[in-house]
Design a protein around this ligand. Structure first.
Ligand code: ADP
Ligand code: MG
Length: 309
């Protein structure tokens, strides 16, 4: 059984009050008063699954918090606090000092407070539950895409996947690729301004095709994307020129960029954001009435996205 079928069958109980948005989006939304909602998300990182064995404690801490901030960003929420459940194979003071220092530095950068957690002994695993707030009815949902919307992605795609690919082959990735893999920048500022501009949003953690498909399924629409429009770094362009393999930007995962849809009348606002936030925002396709994800371009291979099961 695939991961998402498992969640749907066993844990999407659909018994929530109508003022709670539960399983199925980047964060759950819980109303606290007439004006505000809590956005909350949890993610686990496990050694050898999410990061290689010799990853530095600084990078592990950074990524564990960054991936949660990325889910808050996808809803357009402002980060507030997080809890940390840590399973450690041993007590190692050096490791803890490095881990704690890096976690603290990222948390102060995004103004999110560590308020509790749990510590146990076992195989290295880090679980962070991050919580933010968002004004009532403004959060960007996966279910808001409209036919005719333009589909945008932030920055470039596939760099983290290329780093992982090279590591698997025993090669040393460039500094830039490793940065993308170990230290993805959560797009919190972008998410906060997109709430007034975008109809739907998701953060790309499992690869563009799979994550965009979550928007399409939730919104009951389809999409046409043009692979020649995908924003790529120079290193990824070189990789594709040599391998003809477009799967890294299409399904590689670990990008932690935002994929969002915008009505035609708001396109100018997105262009303005590129300047004010100094960020690359690229239109890669359009939302269609015909269901399914259609890919335009020469590359026809099926790419498999990462599935835990
Ligand atoms: P993301 O990639 O944005 O972190 P996931 O793919 O992990 O989201 O999860 C998809 C949806 O399923 C989310 O709404 C998440 O909260 C929910 N979910 C995942 N695992 C479980 C679980 N064991 N119990 C309840 N809900 C879950
Ligand atoms: Mg997400």
């Amino acid at each position: 059984m695939r991961e998402f079928d498992l969640i749907e069958k066993y844990f999407n109980w659909k018994n929530l009050e109508s003022d709670i948005l539960g399983v199925g989006d980047d964060c759950a939304l819980i109303s606290i008063d007439a004006h505000q909602q809590i956005a909350t998300s949890v993610d686990t990182l496990i050694e050898d699954v999410h990061f290689p064995k010799n990853t530095s404690p600084k990078d592990i801490a950074y990524k564990a918090l960054a991936v949660n901030l990325s889910d808050l960003a996808a809803m357009g929420a402002t980060p507030k606090y997080f809890t940390l459940a840590l399973t450690l194979p041993e007590f190692n003071e050096y490791w803890l000092q490095e881990f704690s220092g890096s976690l603290k530095s990222l948390s102060s950068q995004y103004n999110i407070a560590l308020v509790g957690g749990d510590t146990t002994k076992g195989k290295l695993s880090i679980t962070i539950n991050a919580t933010g707030v968002v004004s009532q009815n403004t959060a960007m949902l996966r279910s808001g895409a409209q036919v005719g919307d333009y589909i945008f992605v932030s920055n470039t795609l596939g760099d983290a996947a290329l780093a992982w690919h090279q590591l698997q082959q025993g090669k040393e990735p460039s500094k830039g690729l490793l940065q993308q893999f170990n230290r993805p920048q959560p797009q919190v500022e972008l998410g906060k301004v997109l709430v007034d501009i975008a109809n739907s949003c998701i953060d790309i953690s499992d690869g563009l095709e799979q994550d965009l498909s979550h928007i399409l399924n939730s919104s009951n629409v389809g999409a046409r994307i043009n692979i020649s429009d995908l924003p790529l770094s120079d290193e990824l362009i070189t990789y594709i020129e040599n391998s003809y393999d477009w799967c890294l930007p299409l399904s590689g995962g670990d990008d932690y960029e935002l994929c969002f849809t915008v009505s035609q009348e708001n396109i100018k606002k997105v262009e303005a954001l590129e300047k004010t936030l100094n960020i690359r925002l690229t239109a890669i396709g359009i939302v269609t009435k015909e269901l399914g994800l259609e890919r335009l371009g020469m590359f026809k291979d099926e790419c498999s996205s990462y599935q835990h099961f």
